[in-house]
Write a protein that binds this ligand. Structure first.
Ligand code: CP
Length: 333
């Protein structure tokens, strides 16, 4: 396992080796133990992380803020609407200035077709690590917490049967980043993956191709189906969640594209995780969701609040994995 991480950008887990990721999980477990013991761990004393948010957040913002405080450092929350970005300041200038002030620049930018490009631009000019807090393609922080949770529950994830399923939601057109990051990560860890989605809600072809490459190396399997039942049957893990139909229309940024996405969405109101669906999974199966969940549309209350649900421990692991990433990239060696 690698032990040198200081200054390393974290845009997608795919850019990090499996040895890197295994070290992150080890550090997260260590920091979780310290947290349980209420033992101080000021690995980032006097360090500053800038947290730039183009969108709303509960878990990501607070796991980063609480996490760096617990490590002895400080986070500046930056709503990008109040930054000069709103007047057109370019990423090159923001990256150079903030990295001259502090020790990491952490960014959430999920604007479809823009977010990942913005983060990649920052990596070219920053002299400190750029840490993704989610973009339009990847949500690396979420999938670390997901994998840590799976490992805690099952041990070695190899050959576990996981269903990554689209689900209906009206709250907003959720990014593709969570299912795409899960597909890539699970394929690296040798899992048997079934992805279920209606035809108008595909994932990005490049991500799917990379996932197949990952699977070839690890012995994972990947199957795509067009219904939830097939994915849920005998699954150890189910992750039903909405993602927007950005790739199912010509241009999701136009009024016409948005209307078409809404029309496509409304055809699939019955894609909801119910107790009947959970009953065809394995007896010990777990229900996961990155949260926030669109209750009553993505999932019924009795499932998300029920015996299979692991969403709160999954969310708690956001804290421990975020601390591991910060400790390694902002501190470490
Ligand atoms: N799962 C997740 O990223 O949650 P937030 O949007 O609340 O940060």
């Amino acid at each position: 396992m690698n032990t040198t991480f200081r200054g390393k950008h974290f845009i997608t887990c795919q850019d990090w080796s499996k040895g890197d990721l295994d070290m992150v999980f080890e550090v997260a477990k260590y920091l979780k133990m310290k947290h349980a013991l209420n033992e101080p761990c000021d690995l980032l004393k006097n360090k500053t992380a800038f947290l730039m948010f183009f969108e709303e957040s509960t878990r990501t913002r607070n796991s980063m803020e609480a996490g760096i405080t617990q490590l002895g450092g400080h986070a500046h929350f930056l709503d990008t609407k109040t930054m000069q970005i709103n007047h057109g300041e370019v990423g090159k200038d923001t990256a150079q200035v903030l990295s001259s002030f502090g020790d990491a620049i952490c960014v959430r930018n999920c604007v479809y077709g823009e977010g990942n490009n913005y983060l990649r631009t920052l990596t070219k000019y920053a002299s400190q690590p750029i840490i993704s807090l989610q973009d339009d393609i990847y949500h690396p922080m979420q999938v670390l917490a997901d994998m840590m949770t799976i490992q805690e529950k099952f041990g070695n994830p190899r050959k576990l049967k996981v269903a990554i399923s689209w689900a209906y939601a009206t709250s907003h057109a959720k990014p593709l980043s969570v299912p795409q990051s899960q597909l890539l990560m699970f394929a690296r860890y040798g899992m048997d993956i079934t992805v279920a989605h209606p035809k108008e809600f595909p994932l990005m072809p490049d991500i799917i191709n990379t996932a197949y490459d990952n699977a070839e190396e690890s012995g994972a399997t990947i199957k795509f189906v067009d219904n939830m039942e097939e994915a849920f049957r005998d699954a150890d893990i189910v992750i039903p969640k909405n993602w927007g139909g950005f790739l199912g229309v010509n241009n999701p940024h136009t009024a016409e594209g948005k209307a078409q996405m809404k029309e496509n969405l409304d055809k699939y109101k019955d894609w909801i995780c119910t107790e009947e669906l959970m009953s065809i999974t394995k007896k010990h199966s777990i229900y996961m969701h990155a949260l926030p969940a669109d209750r009553g549309r993505e999932v019924v209350d009795s499932v998300i609040d029920g015996k299979h649900s692991i969403v709160i421990p999954e969310a708690e692991n956001r804290l421990h994995t975020a601390k591991a990433i910060m400790a390694l990239t902002m501190g470490g060696r």
